[in-house]
Design a protein around this ligand. Structure first.
Ligand code: FDA
Length: 365
């Protein structure tokens, strides 16, 4: 007799949304998580009474009312609005590119003036853009490209913008209003009390084993459950039989500072090429913290190697066709379900992960 209806491999958001609905449907679930903590990339570590986003800054934003109502039924969200600032050699610019940015850059005040400058600078690219540099200039002009895009993008990809393909940047949001809100979504915020509150609610009632890699103990766990929901990397599930999928990774350097307020905002992007990190996150500002100390994290882009966290899938032909091969195998499984950013080799914002888990819930439960 199998003890569980579902063995949930991974304790991230995808698994959590499925777990929540499975428990409500009266199913028994065991969660197997290889890290010592639960929540996947949403997990926050408590430092100085501040919720530190250990796997990168996470800001919840969505236009999907059903998703918003679902998360709000579990935890209340605060009024945090993402308004990052760019630091270019000490010059501070508002993001995304909007009238505050243009007014600082060119000492102008009206949308007409900003549009005229951008249109004039865009014209320097003749014909189809041949690389990312030309593509960016054709969208926003030279000044914004040089001060706010070039260095940041080159650090992110580890390559010169002239050597990067133009398709990486399809659009660049340009706003001719004085609006620093990064997202266009209807709803955004941070869970009051941090993401761990949301995660705990999602997995309430499930049995949980942490510090265990499912792939190394498959037989044991398969024997315990009727079905498996697998949210780890799909190539590792199939023992890399077709080869390894590639990722971009990040390195985080976190530091506690004996001061109340370091940068006055949660996110500062360093857009010059010389500063080795791309961003500094000051975590307390996500929750309007007033703690006496502060915690900051410097974010460094990194090539992914074995043992590092796989953060961003590489969206090129080679990796996509490799993923398709694994996907075909996955589609033949009858007892194993796959979902989430690692199993689908896809960059997924949190709201999209929830939407995708909702679809699985509808099909499965
Ligand atoms: P997730 O990776 O969270 O969970 C998978 C879990 O499975 C992990 O805990 C892993 O340890 C575990 N696991 C893997 N293999 C296993 C095995 N073999 N055995 C046992 N356990 C195993 N989105 C957004 O909306 N706003 C934002 O601001 C951000 N910011 C952001 C920053 C960075 C740096 C990244 C990389 C991503 C974001 N995101 C985001 C996206 C967000 O992180 C993403 O939508 C969710 O974490 C996806 O949840 P999953 O459950 O799919 O994966």
């Amino acid at each position: 007799m199998r003890k569980y209806d579902y063995i949930l491999v991974g304790s991230g958001l995808f698994s959590g949304v499925f777990a929540y609905h499975a428990m409500k449907a009266g199913k028994k679930c065991l969660v197997v998580e290889k890290r010592d903590t639960i929540g996947g990339n949403l997990y926050c570590e408590d430092m100085e009474d501040i919720h530190v986003h250990k796997y990168g800054a996470h800001i919840f934003h969505t236009s999907n009312k059903k998703v918003w109502q679902f998360v709000n039924s579990l935890v209340e969200f605060n009024r945090y609005t993402n308004s990052p600032v760019a630091n270019f050699h000490g010059e501070m610019y508002n993001m995304p590119f909007n009238m505050n940015t243009f007014s600082k850059m060119w000492n102008i005040s009206t949308p007409e003036e900003a549009k005229a400058i951008i249109e004039k600078q865009k014209a320097s690219v003749k014909g189809e853009p041949k690389n990312l540099e030309e593509q960016a200039i054709s969208l926003v002009g030279e000044d914004i490209y040089k001060k706010l895009i070039k260095g940041y993008t080159e650090k992110q990809w580890g390559r010169d913008c002239k050597d990067l393909p133009s398709f990486i940047i399809k659009r660049l949001p340009v706003r001719y209003t004085y609006d620093n809100n990064y997202f266009n979504d209807l709803y955004q915020g941070i869970p009051i009390g941090g993401y761990n509150v949301l995660i705990d609610k999602l997995f309430a009632g499930c049995d949980m084993e942490t510090g265990v890699d499912y792939n190394e103990n498959r037989e044991k766990y398969n024997a315990l459950g009727e079905k498996v929901l697998y949210t780890g990397t799909i190539d590792s599930y199939y023992d890399y039989c077709f080869g390894k999928l590639e990722y971009r990774s990040l390195k985080f350097e976190t530091e506690t500072l004996d001061k109340e307020n370091y940068q006055g905002v949660a996110v500062v992007n360093y857009t010059d090429r010389e500063t080795p990190y791309t961003r500094i996150i000051e975590h307390k500002h996500f929750e309007f913290g007033t703690q006496p100390k502060t915690v900051i994290t410097r974010e460094y882009p990194a090539d992914w190697q074995e043992g590092m966290e796989p953060y961003y899938p590489i969206n090129d032909e080679k990796n996509q066709s490799l993923y398709q091969k694994y996907k075909e195998l996955a589609e033949k499984e009858t007892k194993v379900l796959f979902g989430g950013r690692l199993a689908e080799y896809k960059y997924y914002d949190m709201d999209k992960v929830i939407e995708s888990a909702f679809k699985l819930v509808e099909k499965e439960l």
